[in-house]
Design a protein around this ligand. Structure first.
Ligand code: NAP
Ligand code: FE
Length: 373
């Protein structure tokens, strides 16, 4: 098996790891741009911890807290101009995948002039601001990937800036920031991570090491499913204790390491249209589609689907579909014409080339339809 394994991000885990390792910020620069969303980083204490760590090291900072979910291109250009106007020489991103992905694009755009037309070209100079990332959801794994996924209105989808220079310099993983993360976001993000691990195993770039990480990540996420169901039943995120939060954060980090090498496959390719056109949350979109893609894999590569279902400790793909149906409840109404349009878009993506089991456009339409029955 020939493969390359490259993941240059230093990862620091554990309780109070931001404040306890404040010295690390010193090596990143003299003035930080803190990139985050509008609200959660203030409520969960992560923004205050970062500020305390920077104060302890006498490092100046400016806050850009305007990142919305599914960040837009104009948001990251605005963030980059705030960085430049204030002389920030490194970026600290705090939040879910949205602020982290925005943080990467901002770090790139603050270091080099790239016009909007060339933003997704893959042709960049080797210049980017150093980055420290603090995930506050356990889902995207963006803290250890080289992808920045932005809402691309021109292409009417979500498009990824993918370049090795976007790996964050350092990531701090502290589960305490997720103690009050709501039930829906906890489930959506956990299933996004599950989808990363599964798709990693279904990628033509899967390797011995990514398969090992993916299997363990799948096992860790699936062992939290009973708590997810309970939390849904009682609408109570307190079902998840700090140990569960830590487990989900580790699993999502591992799945991030996987997709940094393997990329994602048909599920993400299809999910992007659901998010762009129907505003369906990224993790929910993937979770609704995952079972039907595994059904196709089961038909064409039964051994492969068996390995994945085995890692889930389930007996069949149907059992997984029953679980995701339970977790995601009533589905959105989408017409056959809309599925037609989304299928035409999905079949053209790089993610499809990346699939061991490559669906046809007809397969994709059928998977969309069955997933939303
Ligand atoms: P998100 O859009 O970052 O956050 C969702 C919501 O959760 C926001 O309202 C946020 O509030 C809130 N939130 C975040 N942390 C919280 C906490 N600890 N407690 C309470 N609320 C909290 O969601 P996400 O699912 O993590 O990220 C999705 C994005 O990541 C998508 O754009 C997707 O395309 C991308 N993605 C990237 C990769 C990659 O490799 N780079 C992989 C998969 C997905 P605030 O807005 O107030 O912060
Ligand atoms: Fe994802």
């Amino acid at each position: 098996m020939n493969y390359i394994q490259y993941m240059p991000t230093k990862v620091i885990t554990g309780n109070e790891c931001v404040v306890n390792n404040s010295n690390l910020f010193k090596s990143l620069g003299k003035k930080a741009l803190i990139v985050t969303g509008t609200h959660s980083a203030k409520a969960n204490g992560s923004e205050q911890d970062v500020k305390s760590a920077l104060d302890a090291q006498e490092i100046e900072y400016v806050v850009f807290d305007k990142v919305m979910s599914n960040p837009t291109i104009s948001c990251v250009y605005e963030g980059a101009s705030v960085a430049k106007a204030n002389g920030a020489d490194f970026v600290i991103a705090i939040g879910g995948g949205s602020p982290m992905d925005a943080g990467k694009a901002i770090a790139l755009l603050a270091a080099q002039d790239i016009d909007e037309e060339s933003l997704f070209s893959g042709q960049y100079e080797n210049k980017v601001l150093p980055m420290a990332f603090i995930p506050t959801t356990a889902g995207t794994g963006s803290e250890v990937t080289q992808y920045s996924i932005l809402t691309n209105d021109r292409a009417q989808t979500k498009t990824s800036i993918a370049t090795e220079i976007l790996f964050p310099t350092v990531a701090f993983l502290d589960p305490k920031y997720m103690e009050k993360l709501g039930v829906t976001t906890t489930i959506n993000t956990a299933i996004d991570a599950l989808s990363h691990a599964v798709e990693g195993m279904l990628s033509v770039k899967a390797s011995t090491i990514t398969n090992a990480l993916a299997s363990e990540s799948i096992r860790m996420i699936m062992s939290c499913v009973p708590k997810m169901k309970k939390a849904l039943e009682f609408s109570l995120s307190a079902q998840f204790d700090l140990q569960d939060r830590e487990q989900l954060l580790q699993a999502s980090f591992m799945a991030g390491v996987v997709i940094a090498q393997t990329g994602t496959t048909a599920v993400h390719a299809m999910g992007y249209s659901l998010t762009y056109f129907k505003d369906i949350d990224h993790g929910r979109a993937n979770g609704i589609l995952l079972g039907e893609y595994l059904k196709l894999v089961e038909k064409e590569q039964p051994e492969l689907s068996k390995r994945i279902i085995g890692a889930m400790s389930l007996s069949s793909v149907d059992e997984l579909i029953r679980i995701t149906n339970e977790l995601f409840g009533e589905k959105e109404k989408i017409t056959a014409e809309e599925f037609d349009k989304y299928s035409k878009m999905a079949i053209q993506t790089r993610n499809i080339v990346n699939c061991v089991v490559k669906p046809t456009e007809e397969n994709i339409k059928e998977m969309f339809t069955k997933s939303f029955l």
